[in-house]
Design a protein around this ligand. Sequence first.
Ligand code: MN
Length: 353
Amino acid sequence: MTLLWRIQTSPDVTWEQADLFQRLAVITSEGRTSGRFVTIKRLIPRVGNVTEHAEGNFLGLAEGDGAADVVILSVPYELTTSYGQGTCDGPKATLQASSQVELYDPLLPEDLPCGFLLHTAQPWDGKGGSLEEQLSGITDYVSQHDSAFPVILGGEHGMLPAIMRSISKRIDLNDLTLIQIDAHADLRDQLEGDPDSHACAARRSLDLGVGKILQIGIRAFAREEAEFIAEDVRVESWLARDVLNPCGGEATWLNWLNTLSEIEGPVWLTLDIDSLDPSYVPTTGTPVPGGLAFWQVIETIETISSAPSAKWIGADINEIVPDPNQHVTEFTAAMLATKIVAAHLARKLEDES
Ligand SMILES: [Mn+2]
């Protein structure tokens, strides 16, 4: 076990040596059933078919043949970020971090990919001279992969309307429930004259026809947005302060979970990682104190996937800015992406049985 780990992580080991060793590891594990070799067996698929491409793949998993069940998309989009910079590097860093995420998830009978096919797509090419062309390029990119369950890594939250445009080609957005986990309401009509700002992502999605937005984690918003939430029946917000309040927070939290479990029809999850407390995501574009706990986001994801009358059609995780010193932000994003995939596949297994 220690030797295998060293070979996998040593920069001195060539791909050929790693490939040779994984064959040895397969042979070794076939003849043994003792506890210590169970761990080795788990590692084998991750070094199987060792190629440089698999190295940059989600969870380090090699590509398979056939139609994918899940596709991981990368949208390194960054044009309107207002504070921190670096969201364009988020997807790649998240994929790299994902190679360190465990393949075991208690929701699944086997380790990921659990017999399913996960495809890591080539990133969006970033082409387009204007903002409009870039957003239209994102819409096309997402549409190219709409036969599988998409998990889209971003990139700034301003990409959300482009994703909604792609979804509108296959479903009536009025039927869609958009679940937004976010520190910000993103309901401004414009920010500094820009209607395509990340601060307007939810508002533009409503303009495109989204029927319902359920928000949680909100704690930095403008008067304009507070008034919009109060007046517009399409938006319901669970403020971070209410959910996390030591007095009464639990009831608000349970109300959130109940609301999720009663959703009917198609659901999209847009997860701005600044929703989490900055201790989990220190380098996101706009960190805000007083955020959600990691396990609250996990429980939200699991509740969406198990809502009896809901049809979960995909998710995006955005505003990921790599952390040059400790990799916390991108590792958090990678763990959440993995939970989204595991929860979706668990539901798929249940629906098929
Ligand atoms: Mn946002």
